[in-house]
Design a protein around this ligand. Sequence first.
Ligand SMILES: [Zn+2]
Length: 178
Amino acid sequence: MTDHRFAERMQQIHRELGIPEDYARSTPLNLQPEPPELALCEPDYYGREQRLAPQALAAWQAMRDRAGADGVTLFLISAFRSADYQAQLIRRKIEAGRTIAEILCANTAPGYSEHHTGRAIDIGTVDCPALEEVFETTPAFVWLQNHAAEFGFRLSYPRGNSCGISYEPWHWCFQADV
Ligand SMILES: [Zn+2]
């Protein structure tokens, strides 16, 4: 799907969900089109099937293996998530009685999550609860800070980021042009 068609499809989904029309203009986030192709990863920490864009998958596997060789465990918590999945998540919250304004404080509008690209991964490690800030105190995080760039991964949402997203030390994104 072209970026233009993706944008149109997102507009339609936003209308259906009652997301304000100025969301696209007012969010500091960019549209994150889904990739043309996805490849199957190893199962995640919870045993669920995960997919990534092929190049991101190869980079992730190389990075994970090198970390392992350095005695640092990295595992997948979450990888590709579709815009439709994001829409479903929001729909369920609306059905549970939440307002769209409340929901958008905690959830990115469909189309704007880096996980749609198949290049973003949430990383976990041993002896650390999943998706919590305390991840920054682990040897895994120290290792990522020192080595992730060598594999094309960068921290998307550092402390005080300009996207208005809370600090996520576990969320790393592969940049295809690196
Ligand atoms: Zn993430």
